[in-house]
Design a protein around this ligand. Structure first.
Ligand SMILES: [Fe+2]
Ligand SMILES: [Fe+2]
Length: 167
């Protein structure tokens, strides 16, 4: 089901489509993070990616819970946006020779992923509330809070030493 096709008629359809989109994205992220863990040199960055991989696995479980609560089976639809962000991250990492500059590149790519997730969860929460599904909004908010906290940790790392070591 593509966005803006006639398959999406109501806000409810759009909510479910976007849930399928972020479900796909989170699953792709669990595949991308182990590669980023391998490539990262800075111990705090590596640790941060490891923590977020475990969180992401929990986020997928929460999404499955929201699907069930809303009367749908969990299903993924291809999200070209996350594929593009991950593809760019891989290309960039492949082009960087210096270890510390590589950490800065990985950090920047990870922040792009977090910001994408934050915008999607923000939208899903707003729509869930419009649809009278405060219960779904509450579960989705837990994912949003983890993404925001991860983004903040990455910003702190960037400000503290990763970018400075790369300079
Ligand atoms: Fe996530
Ligand atoms: Fe995330």
């Amino acid at each position: 089901m593509g966005l803006f096709t006639k398959d999406i008629k109501t806000l409810d359809d759009l909510f479910v489509h976007t849930l399928q989109d972020i479900y796909y994205a989170e699953n792709q992220i669990t595949k991308a993070l182990p590669k980023m863990i391998d490539k990262a040199t800075d111990p705090q960055l590596k640790q941060g990616f490891e923590t977020h991989l475990r969180e992401t696995e929990g986020q997928i479980k929460r999404l499955e819970q929201v699907f069930e609560m809303h009367g749908h089976s969990p299903k993924a639809v291809t999200c070209p946006a996350i594929n593009g962000i991950i593809e760019e991250a891989n290309e960039l990492a492949g082009d960087v020779a210096d270890k510390e500059v590589l950490d800065a590149a990985l950090l920047a790519s990870a922040q792009a992923v977090e910001h994408y997730e934050i915008t999607r969860y923000g939208t899903l929460i707003a729509w869930a509330k419009r649809l009278g599904r405060d219960d779904c909004a509450q579960v989705l908010s837990q994912n949003l809070e983890e993404e925001k906290a991860t983004d903040q940790k990455l910003s702190d790392l960037a400000g503290s030493h990763v970018n400075r070591q790369a300079a």
